[in-house]
Ligand binder design. Structure first.
Ligand code: LLP
Length: 443
């Protein structure tokens, strides 16, 4: 029996033919029916993760709002799932906001983020298409105030602060440190300046503070420190400005396991740290217990996603290594190239076989797009189906058309049923926005 049993998550099982099964669907049949690369989303596992967040946080604090971070994965069907699970939604662009609108997601449960929002995006907020804007800088306060007053409206805002916490994660996804492009620093005085400006300007209702310290975090003490620093700052705001701001948005960040060696904290453990920290800080600074918002992305949808590929050429370089090529790579998963991210894979049609063959798994792009530098697979052959785990977050949402590859399709699987939730792009889609100017056509 292979060690793949150690890696299975959600509804994943291996059937008696040795095929990987997700949501009651044979992944080998899914690959045959929908083609590869194919993103497969395990619906019940996804829903379970949403519920784990709600149950664990809402049991421990009087008022908690869980807002799914749309940047992790966003499409219209996903918005429906989020809504059905009673979660709010965090969007960070006109595109994400429009997607939510198409899915008829309630504006009252949406927050708009971004460190450089366009006028179009701010205008969408003024028009009531989201309920809150998380403002990142002083000039945005000015612009939003002008747009809101021009329409005789008032917009609820949170101000994003940088608490000055450096987290243990890839530098590209650290966001709470002093040296960050996001938010207004507490220690520099910029955050207080932002609060005072927000209170002065017409058309803005200051409802809360926001901080997101980083992503793929395994150490929970940084969340505790973030709560303490922001609550201490809120108490200072109350002293200096005579306002009591109630919403505390702590962003997302909980890490997930990509390999069997990864041991991230559970959602329950996260709640066990954050909720008492809010209570303690409230006691310590004699401040009302905040209305907590958290914005998990990866830890909800990451483990619920699997990518299926077809295995292509296998190249053995004697004395060096064996390269196994799959029919995707950099364009459907840029994370190894960007962050040195690690993954675990099984051969979906040989999931019951011993992994005896050391290999390097690579993509088919005109780059050295290594997906997994060193792993072991059963005796793999061309035409096999490879399943890469934990690809639900920041894969489809970060996919590109590099080398003019069409983005893969996504299916939602549950209890033996597979439904298409994102169509595969076609080569026609790829050229649909190309323009040949007349002078080139006629030449
Ligand atoms: N809230 C804000 C304001 C954020 O910027 C993010 C992620 C989240 C919530 C959700 O964080 P999560 O729970 O997913 O860690 N592309 C990178 C991750 C970038 C995260 C950006 N912000 C990756 O593939 O690892």
């Amino acid at each position: 029996m292979s060690n793949s049993y150690l890696l299975l998550r959600g509804t994943q099982t291996v059937d008696d033919r040795g095929h990987l099964v997700i949501g009651g669907c044979d992944t080998v049949s899914l690959a045959a029916q929908w083609g590869t690369p194919l993103y497969v989303l395990d619906e019940s596992f996804f829903r379970q993760r949403c519920r784990e967040y709600k149950d664990n946080f809402q049991d421990r604090l009087p008022e908690v709002e869980i807002a799914f971070a749309g940047k992790a994965l966003m499409n219209a069907a996903l918005c429906r799932l989020i809504q059905q699970e009673g979660l709010s939604l965090e969007v960070c662009s006109a595109g994400e906001l429009y997607t939510a609108q198409v899915a008829e997601f309630p504006p009252a449960k949406m927050l708009l983020h971004g460190n450089f929002k366009s006028d179009e995006e701010l205008q969408m907020a003024v028009a009531g298409q989201v309920s809150r804007v998380v403002v990142d800088c002083l000039s945005e306060l000015q612009r939003l105030s002008e747009l809101a007053t021009a329409c005789a409206k008032a917009v609820d805002i949170l101000i994003r602060v940088a608490p000055g916490i450096k987290t243990h994660t890839h530098t590209y996804i650290q966001t709470g440190q002093v040296d960050s492009k996001f938010g207004l620093g507490i220690s520099s005085g910029a955050a207080m300046q932002g609060i005072k400006l927000a209170l002065e300007l017409p058309g803005l209702n200051l409802t809360g503070l926001h901080c997101h310290i980083g992503s793929q975090l395994f150490a929970l003490d940084c969340f505790e420190r973030a709560v303490d620093l922001v609550m201490q700052f809120l108490a200072q705001v109350r002293r200096e400005c005579d306002v009591t701001v109630q919403q505390l948005n702590l962003g997302g960040g909980l890490g997930i396991a990509y390999t069997p060696e990864d041991a991230p904290p559970t959602i329950e453990e996260l709640a066990e740290v954050i909720c008492p920290a809010c209570q303690q800080a409230a006691d310590c600074y004699d401040y009302p217990v905040p209305r907590l918002i958290i914005e998990p992305g990866r830890s909800i949808v990451g483990p619920a996603g699997t990518t299926l590929y077809t295995v292509g050429p296998i190249k053995n370089i004697p004395g060096v290594r064996t390269y196994v090529t799959v029919d995707g790579g950099l364009s459907d998963n840029p994370r190894p190239a960007l962050y040195g991210a690690e993954y675990t894979a099984v051969v979906a049609n040989k999931a019951d076989q011993e992994s005896t063959m050391p290999v390097r798994i690579v993509g088919k792009h005109c780059e050295t797009d290594t997906l997994i530098p060193e792993t072991a697979l059963p005796r793999v052959e061309e035409g096999d189906i490879l399943a890469v785990f934990s690809t639900g977050a920041y894969h489809y949402s970060m996919a590109s058309n590099y080398n003019r590859f069409a983005r893969p399709a996504m299916v939602l699987v549950n209890e033996g049923q597979a439904d298409l939730i994102a169509q595969r792009e076609t080569v026609e889609d790829l050229v649909s926005r190309d323009v040949i100017p007349a002078r080139l056509r006629d030449a």
